[in-house]
Ligand binder design. Structure first.
Ligand SMILES: Cc1ncc(COP(=O)(O)O)c(C=O)c1O
Length: 371
């Protein structure tokens, strides 16, 4: 018997998001070698598109690392943090914590600016932290997937820059779905993933280094993620490792789709369907965790109502409706569901389908939904 999935799951969790049909077709392209001229042409195209989509300043280096979002995180940290670097990490949830762990692994002395899960970091808090604890690097998550919170990077990055720190931003759940502007906001290094708002399968992680970050590179202790060698491959055309041509084809197509739609239009689409979802949720008597001004458009942290078995709801959605949604992590375990509306998943039909499925799942537990 085949173990392959037999039906398309409707991926409305925190990631992966549904893969766009054009991207699925790109995945089936013939395998080609790493130095094939067709491969090199795609790499050039990906680099140029990523530079534009990150809105990176001239002289930046943008490329896609083999691996998922965590590989992007590791690439950025491994090339900017050395033994004894002072890192201030804003921890607003599970992925801020991962960023702090990554900095520690690469030898940094880490100060954690802890923020209550479900809230964004206040600019004043960062200012105060940097006054008492100077840092070479400030690292933070733009879209905290574990809590559904958007950190105001546009206001936080300039504060870190004013203290002469290198600003590292995790845009895993925002890139392509939520406004992000590397140059205007003063971000020095940023990474994302292929499987959320870009609508490609997991496996590649877009990263960008500004000229300021490139100047402050350290000797990289990772073999796989050494930016110098990645640059030697992407630009110098020298073999480093066997990048998956199938994934490069998929990412090339996914980025082309993003540019055809246009970044602004894509951001607006994600906002519109987030608002539609919130409106429909309200009719079910449900709410989300973060306050209004701190909510992500891409991932919604829906509070589990009292008296509802949250795992049974997820089992019903998956078993009867083929819909995946996410669980709460860490202190939010059992308290929230995480609903992602990302990439092609950000569409009215998925909102209506999910709301109907939730109504059914609640009815199974004897909770009638108001008419
Ligand atoms: C904000 C954030 N950072 C990092 C990661 C890690 O990415 P991956 O699971 O693709 O390695 C995730 C994954 O969901 C994430 O949401």
């Amino acid at each position: 018997v085949s173990l392959l999935p037999e039906s398309d799951r409707i991926l409305l969790g925190p990631g992966p998001s549904p893969t766009a049909p054009r991207v699925m077709r790109a995945l089936a392209s013939p395998t080609i070698g790493v130095l094939d001229p067709m491969m090199l042409a795609m790499l050039d195209d990906v680099r140029a598109r990523l530079g534009r989509l990150f809105r990176a300043p001239a002289g930046s280096l943008a490329l896609a690392v083999s691996g998922t979002g965590t590989a992007g995180m590791e690439t950025v940290i491994a090339n900017l943090v050395k033994e004894g670097s002072r890192a201030l990490v804003v921890v607003t949830g599970y992925f801020g914590d991962r960023l702090a762990q990554m900095c520690t692994r690469y030898g940094a002395t880490v100060t954690r600016l802890e923020v209550e899960w479900g809230r964004a970091c206040e600019p004043d808090a960062l200012e105060r932290a940097l006054r008492t604890t100077p840092a070479d690097i400030v690292a933070l998550v733009h879209a905290e997937t574990s809590t559904g919170v958007l950190n105001p990077v546009d206001r936080l990055a300039p504060i870190a820059r004013a203290h002469d720190a290198i600003v590292v931003v995790d845009a895993v759940t925002s890139f392509g779905g939520q406004r992000l502007d590397v140059e205007a906001w003063g971000i020095d290094a940023c990474y994302s993933c292929s499987q959320k708002c870009l609508g490609a399968p997991p496996g590649l992680s877009p990263v960008v280094f500004s000229p300021r970050a490139l100047e402050r590179r350290v000797r990289c202790r990772s073999f796989y993620f050494d930016l110098k060698w990645l640059e030697d491959y992407w630009i110098g055309r020298k073999y480093h490792h066997t990048m998956s041509s199938a994934l490069v084809c998929a990412l090339t197509e996914a980025l082309a789709i993003v540019e055809e739609e246009g970044l602004e239009a894509r951001w607006q689409r994600h906002e519109r369907h987030h608002l539609l979802f919130l409106d429909r949720l309200k009719h079910l008597g449900l709410s989300v965790l973060p306050p209004e001004s701190e909510r992500l458009w891409t991932v919604n942290a829906v509070r589990v109502p009292d008296g509802i078995d949250e795992a049974a709801v997820r089992r019903c959605l998956l078993g009867e409706f083929n819909i995946e949604i996410g669980v709460g992590l860490g202190p939010l375990s059992g308290k929230i569901w995480r609903v992602g509306l990302m990439g092609t998943g950000s569409a009215p039909r998925f909102v209506h389908l999910l709301i109907t499925a939730l109504e059914q799942a609640f009815a199974r537990q004897g909770r009638q939904v108001p008419a």
